[in-house]
Design a protein. Structure first.
Length: 80
């Protein structure tokens, strides 16, 4: 693991110390978990953004989706 030094507000440090004592974890472990959770949420947000940007892109296709996929797959199998 890499080590780093961070500067946080005095009230945040007090909260972190109190919380770490209550849950019996080190401050460093709480910060590691918080960063991991933050990264997970940011990644989820990126997925949500992509899904929102692509929603409805197939509205112009009038066929049943399974039918459409099957027709595409037929193009992959010219020998049949």
């Amino acid at each position: 693991m890499a080590r780093t030094i961070i500067t946080i507000a005095a009230e945040d440090k007090k909260w972190l110390d109190n919380y770490s004592h209550r849950v019996n974890l080190s401050s460093a472990e709480i910060i590691r978990r918080a960063i991991k959770e933050y990264r997970r949420q940011v990644s989820k947000g990126d997925l949500k953004r992509v899904l929102e940007a692509t929603t409805g892109k197939w509205k112009s296709i009038k066929a049943d989706s399974q039918e459409y996929v099957n027709d595409l797959r037929k193009e992959w199998e010219p020998w049949k």
